[in-house]
Design a protein. Structure first.
Length: 85
């Protein structure tokens, strides 16, 4: 999900008015972003990136891999993500 920069700025101003230091606000914002990143899984931006396309093509050996080809290459093959050995 995209951040609402206006809401974040408004919240920063409100917290500053309540005596929060810019450093404390920054730490809280970073903590929230980190938690959201860890809990949200893979982003759509990454799935649409050139980096992911190239990884998918390398793993599958196919120029335009299907969902099922990605599943096999990423999770079911001997070299799949999380595979032992």
């Amino acid at each position: 999900a995209q951040e609402d920069h206006g809401a974040i700025s408004s919240a920063r101003r409100g917290l500053a008015c309540c005596g929060w230091s810019p450093q404390k606000i920054g730490r809280i914002v970073r903590s929230i972003r980190e938690r959201q990143s860890e809990e949200s899984g893979i982003s759509l931006a990454y799935l649409l990136s050139t980096e992911f396309l190239e990884l998918a093509q390398r793993r599958t050996g196919v120029e335009d891999p299907t969902f099922y080809e990605l599943g096999d290459a990423f999770f079911l093959s001997a070299q799949g993500i999380g595979a032992c050995g």
